[in-house]
Write a protein that binds this ligand. Structure first.
Ligand code: B12
Ligand code: SF4
Length: 483
């Protein structure tokens, strides 16, 4: 069976308007993992089309590609923030290839498979981890077996939607094949995370663990990954990095899982192995601040880590407690100092206008942002999301605009869509203006400009910096004009 795996545009390119060159270009890891699992199980006619990365944002190009590949099954990965592009694409596919079956998967489908069937012309929906589900579906279809044995699958039968039951989580992540980067080999040189979030290309994204043991009110992680933390071993990761260096000459890795350093033993072993094997590679990771210590961070730095991203979310302890985040303002301050001392750049994620936020708690967040050693700032206005613990609670704390529930409404880039939540005592204007002002204050401080200038060591760094400030200026002006 020939299988085409797709990801429609995540819209980053459109959002950046005239500053496309500064937009991140990242592959959809879900389809690369699924492709690898299919290949491991001897299904070798697998093709991947990542619309953003392949810079083919028009549906015609994807349809043409499908026409050439002649798949027997299409799999598409869907995040809530790009349901609209997936919807358009799928309707075109169904018009052009009416008998070609399509399975949807990814966070949006897992969170509400019933809704996914209503919104999108899908034949099947993969709920949860799709690696084994997809392989088993292909085998069941090949052998014309009934589908009820394929766990984690929803499908239409006699006008009804049937769900086969939850797919158990994969126990041993090391039994999984490496993501199938070879299927998008010629596009690897294009991969880049946020413009200031990498040093050297070619670069690959790696997901080193799945799941997070915490359950923050605004995050759907618990529902998606079952609240269980599972991780690849240090040995597996270093073998994989060595493999990718030899295959594609990569120079940097971005670990994009939720918390790379949750298991201290694993991080230390990973750093030791990288150094033992003399693998000189830059890397960065998403981390939780409460796992930071001098010991871990110093080893990370020695082993090539230069940058981390972390969610602090708020500068007020009551709000942090309400979120359910295991962090206090004092701990966050102390841990950011540790990163700073060890010369690891840090990007902080913060949210304005969370349920229970007031102008006073927001001022605490602003003070925190401006008074701690952060290298980059990511500041969004709170956006409601299906599948999060707070989803049905939001109305207690403010006005909810469900029509703006696309995940992007609170980002500086996405304000144009309108906010999805405005807390009691706050207004959309106030939130958007505050976001705009804090960005300007943060990046235009003399100390910040100096810090960023000091980090320049190559011509490429200069170019990135110009693009970064250009795009930043574009967003600030755009969000001021659109009211
Ligand atoms: C890396 C990441 C990003 C990267 C982008 C990565 C990329 N390639 O584009 C960055 C930092 C840019 C980012 C931004 C945002 N992100 Co993000 N991100 C993640 C993160 C941490 C990892 C994603 C990942 O690669 N996971 C690993 C892969 C293997 O998992 P997966 O893609 O889910 O695939 C598995 C299953 O879903 C399923 N599956 C996937 N596709 C398919 C297809 C088929 C056919 C089948 C059967 C199964 C299937 O099987 C796969 C393997 O098991 C997740 C959280 C998480 N831990 O998953 C959030 C997450 C995906 N992001 C989320 C959000 C909300 C955003 C933002 C909208 C936030 C914001 N307001 O700015 C933006 C959107 C920006 C944009 N333009 O896309 C939400 C999405 C929720 C939703 N309902 O869609 C998540 C789940 C976080 C959360 N818990 O709330 N993100
Ligand atoms: S926000 Fe981060 S720490 Fe909180 S549940 Fe989600 S992934 Fe875990």
């Amino acid at each position: 069976m020939r299988i085409a795996l797709l990801s429609s545009s995540k819209r980053s390119q459109d959002i950046f308007g005239g500053f496309k060159f500064a937009a991140p270009l990242m592959p959809s890891m879900g389809i690369l993992q699924i492709a690898a699992h299919l290949e491991k199980n001897n299904h070798h006619d697998v093709f991947v089309y990542d619309a953003d990365l392949m810079n083919c944002l028009r549906e015609e190009q994807i349809l043409e590609w499908i026409g050439q590949k002649k798949p027997d099954l299409i799999g598409i990965s869907i995040f809530t923030n790009h349901v609209d592009t997936s919807q358009k694409l799928l309707h075109r596919i169904k018009n052009e290839f009416p008998t070609l079956p399509v399975i949807g998967g990814g966070p949006h489908c897992t969170i509400d498979y019933q809704a996914a069937f209503q919104e999108l012309p899908l034949d099947y929906v993969g709920v949860g981890e799709g690696d084994e589900t997809m392989t088993e579906l292909v085998e069941a279809l090949n052998q014309q077996r009934p589908l009820d044995s394929v766990l984690g699958l929803a499908y239409k039968a006699n006008g009804e939607i049937k769900f086969t039951g939850p797919r158990p989580l994969i126990k041993d992540l090391d039994s999984m094949p490496y993501p199938a980067y070879h299927l998008i080999k010629e596009y690897i040189p294009l991969i880049r995370p946020q413009i200031m979030g990498y040093k050297k290309k070619p670069l690959l994204l790696i997901i080193s663990s799945r799941g997070c043991p915490h359950s923050c009110g605004f995050c759907s992680n618990h529902l998606l990954w079952g609240g269980k933390y599972r991780a690849h071993s240090a040995q597996y990761l270093v073998d994989m990095i060595e493999h990718f260096i030899s295959q594609f000459g990569i120079k940097e890795i971005t670990f994009f899982d939720d918390s790379f350093i949750l298991n201290k033993k694993r991080v230390l072993a990973f750093c030791d192995l990288l150094q033992e094997r003399k693998l000189k590679i830059y890397w960065s990771a998403n981390i939780n601040l409460n796992n930071v210590s001098d010991e871990v961070v110093a080893r990370m730095r020695q082993a090539g880590c230069w940058y981390v991203s972390t969610g602090v979310e708020s500068g007020n302890n009551d709000i942090l407690q309400f979120i359910g985040k295991p962090l206090t303002v004092e701990t966050a301050t102390e841990k950011l100092q540790i990163l700073h001392r060890n010369k690891i750049n840090c990007r902080g994620y913060f949210i304005l206008g969370l349920p229970k936020d007031t102008k006073e708690t927001i001022n605490d967040t602003i003070r925190f942002v401006l008074n701690n050693p952060l290298y980059l700032l990511h500041l969004t206005v709170y956006t409601i999301q299906k599948g999060t613990p707070w989803y049905s609670e939001n109305e207690k704390y403010g006005t909810v605009f469900y029509e703006h529930n696309d995940g992007m409404s609170g980002t500086l880039a996405g304000n144009i869509h309108g906010l999805s939540f405005v807390g009691h005592g706050l207004s959309a204007d106030y939130l958007l203006q505050t976001q705009n002002q804090v960005y300007k204050k943060f990046y235009l401080r003399f100390s910040q400009v100096l810090k960023m200038l000091k980090s320049i060591s190559t011509l490429d760094d200069v170019i990135k910096m110009v693009k970064f400030f250009g795009a930043g200026f574009y967003f600030v002006v755009k969000s001021k004009l659109i009211k």
